[in-house]
Design a protein around this ligand. Structure first.
Ligand code: TYM
Length: 327
C-alpha cells in the first residue's frame, strides 16, 4: 500500500491541520510505504515572504516528526527538492480541464481575498495531482477541505489513463471519522485555517498553554445549555469534535460525560485536553528545531528516497505521451 500526503509551509500549523493532517499521517505511516511532502512549491501561489520560506520548511519538517512521523521509516521531503513534481505538473496540465479548475472553491475563495491572483493559484490543483500520482498512491489522508482537489486528481488520473494508457493508480482520499473539518472557535461556520480564520478562534500547535486556554474559554457557543451535537449547535459540535480528537474518545462518550456540565466547564475541559495533547508535541518540537544540520540531513535523505520513487512514473509519463527519450 502506497500512502501520500502533503502540507503547505505557509502560516503556523493549527489544530485543524493536526486533526485532518498530522494525526492521520502518523497513523497511516504504519499501513505501508508512506510519503509525506512539505509542498513548498504550493506555498508561492499566494503572497508570501521569500525570507521566511526556508525557515518555514524546517519548522514544518520538525513538526511532522514531533507529531509522530519517523523519517527513517517514512519518506518525509520537500517538494522543491524533487524536480519531478514541477515536470509532472506541466505534463498533467494537458489533461486537466480549465473549467474544472475554475470551479475549485479554494481558488474562488483565496482568489477573492487577493489583489493579485496568480496563474499559479489557478494551476495549484494540477501540481497537487502530480504530487499524488507520481508516487502511485493508493490512499491520501487529508481533511475535508481537500476533497474537491482529490476528486480532481482522480479525474486527471483517469483522463490520462484513458488517453495515453494505464500509467496511474487512481487514489482514494482518507478522511478522519471525527474532526475532518475543525471550525474557527470564534466563527464555527468558518473553517479553522493557517490563514483566513480569526486569530482568537485559531489554535496554533505552538501556542503557549495559557493562550490555548484563553482561546477555548472565549470560544463562541450556542443557545441552550446542553453539551450535545446538532445542526443548531455549530459551536458546541465543534468543541465536542475537538475533545474527541484530543482525547481519542468518541463524540458519544464526550456527550455522555459532559452533557450536563454546562458550557463554561466544558470549554475549560476542552482547553485542558488540548494543552495536554500539545505539551509533549511542543517539547519534541523544541528539541528537534534546535539542530538545523540534522534537519537538513534528514531532508536530504527524504529527497533521495522521493526522487528514486517518483522517477519511474515520470519516465512512463513522458513515454506514454510520445516524447522522444534519450537513453
Ligand atoms: P494544507 O497545508 O492547507 O493542510 C494540511 C492538511 O490539514 C488539513 N486541514 C484540516 N483538517 C481538518 N480541519 C481543518 N480545519 C483543516 N485545515 C486544514 C488539510 O485538509 C490537509 O490535509 N493542498 C494541500 C496540500 C497538498 C496536498 C498534496 C495534500 C499539496 N499536495 C497532495 C495531499 C496530497 C493543502 O493546502 O493542505
Amino acid at each position: 500500500m502506497r500512502i501520500f500526503s502533503g502540507i503547505k509551509p505557509s502560516g503556523d500549523p493549527t489544530l485543524g491541520n493536526y486533526s485532518g493532517g498530522f494525526r492521520q499521517y502518523a497513523a497511516t505511516q504504519e499501513m505501508g510505504d508512506a510519503y509525506f511532502c512539505i509542498v513548498d512549491l504550493h506555498a508561492i501561489t499566494v503572497e508570501y515572504d521569500p525570507a521566511d520560506l526556508h525557515e518555514r520548511t524546517l519548522d514544518l519538517f520538525a513538526m511532522l516528526v514531533a507529531t509522530g512521523l519517523d523519517p527513517d521509516r517514512s519518506t518525509v521531503f520537500a517538494q522543491s527538492h524533487v524536480t519531478a513534481h514541477a515536470e509532472a505538473s506541466w505534463l498533467l496540465s494537458a489533461v486537466t480541464s480549465y473549467g474544472q479548475l475554475g470551479r475549485m472553491t479554494q481558488f474562488k475563495e483565496k482568489g477573492s481575498r487577493q489583489d493579485f491572483v496568480s496563474a499559479a493559484l489557478f494551476n495549484y490543483p494540477i501540481l497537487m495531482s502530480g504530487d499524488i500520482l507520481l508516487y502511485q498512491a493508493d490512499i491520501v489522508p487529508i481533511g475535508d477541505d481537500q476533497r474537491q482537489h482529490l476528486e480532481l486528481a482522480r479525474d486527471v488520473a483517469e483522463r490520462f489513463n484513458t488517453r495515453f494508457g494505464e500509467v496511474f493508480t487512481v487514489p482514494e482520499g482518507v478522511y478522519p471519522e471525527v474532526g475532518a473539518r475543525i471550525m474557527d472557535l470564534q466563527d464555527p461556520l468558518g473553517k479553522m485555517g493557517k490563514t483566513g480564520s480569526s486569530e482568537q478562534g485559531t489554535v496554533r500547535l505552538l501556542d503557549a498553554p495559557d493562550a490555548i486556554r484563553r482561546k477555548f474559554r472565549t470560544a463562541v457557543t450556542d443557545s441552550g445549555r446542553e453539551v450535545r451535537r446538532g445542526p443548531d449547535k455549530p459551536g458546541i459540535s465543534n468543541l465536542i469534535d475537538i475533545m474527541s480528537v484530543a482525547t481519542g474518545t468518541t463524540p458519544d462518550a464526550v456527550e455522555a460525560e459532559y452533557g450536563d456540565a454546562g458550557y463554561g466547564a466544558f470549554k475549560q475541559a476542552v482547553g485542558e485536553a488540548v494543552v495536554a495533547l500539545l505539551e509533549p508535541v511542543q517539547q519534541r518540537y523544541a528539541e528537534l528545531r534546535g539542530d538545523d544540520g540534522e534537519l537538513l540531513r534528514l531532508l536530504g535523505q527524504g529527497a533521495e528516497k522521493a526522487r528514486a520513487a517518483s522517477a519511474p512514473t515520470l519516465e512512463r509519463m513522458y513515454e506514454a505521451m510520445g516524447f522522444a527519450r534519450l537513453r
